[in-house]
Design a protein around this ligand. Sequence first.
Ligand SMILES: Nc1ncnc2c1ncn2[C@@H]1O[C@H](COP(=O)(O)OP(=O)(O)OP(=O)(O)O)[C@@H](O)[C@H]1O
Length: 243
Amino acid sequence: MMSSSPAVSVRDLLVERGGRPVLHGVTFEAPRGSVVGLLGPSGCGKTTLMRCLVGVQTVKGGAVSVLGEPAGSPGLRRRVGYSTQSPAVYADLSVGENLRYFASVLGAPRGDADRVVEEVGLGRHRDQIAATLSGGQLSRANLAVALLGAPELLVLDEPTVGLDPVLRQELWELFRELAERGATLVVSSHVMDEAGRTDRLLLMREGRVLSDSTPASLRASTGADDLEEAFLQVISQRAGSPT
Ligand SMILES: Nc1ncnc2c1ncn2[C@@H]1O[C@H](COP(=O)(O)OP(=O)(O)OP(=O)(O)O)[C@@H](O)[C@H]1O
């Protein structure tokens, strides 16, 4: 389900961190109801870009519009879900207690805590104290917090890190289902085999978007079957062309 007004519109975004430029004029759009992947090597600016979408990053220039409002507007608080790479949950509470707590803080409907626990496949661990969860279980508990209240935009920073291939596949199926229900997802990943599951794919490097395309057109334009190879081709094409 895609409508003409994009869920996210980023124009000429400039960000400095620690006195150094880390985003050099990033521009892209995320159509509503789509899954947009942010891929690129460690340190290329994925997290910084996501922080701009949720409105917690000071920006030097450019514009970020989210669901028709400037990023970070108070009206967006419940319409945008964000999961960071560090756990949001309290270590000394159970999974269920954590989610009931965050649901009440967010004003999410009753029953939402149970719904999201099932969605991320943690039903059997509902009563387990968060400190005793495995790394993959903890990252799914973290993701569950972002799903509370069924936000229209989900910004997920490496949600599948540390998960085995079966769980990664299940989570990408969940992302697809959420998009089919109308949500927009911006998901970062290091893992190229996940890139093929996106509707749009942004390849980033050193604070710039090298390619903004669909997986199919990226394969077609580079002649590479696998997206890792396609990314390398884009980098070498860029290296050979004047900027
Ligand atoms: N608080 C900070 N102060 C100074 N520089 C920072 C700060 N946070 C990040 N940076 C720098 O900004 C750049 C982009 O970092 P960012 O975390 O956005 O990258 P990333 O693509 O998300 O990396 P990763 O995949 O490793 O999480 C990096 O060069 C990083 O060193």
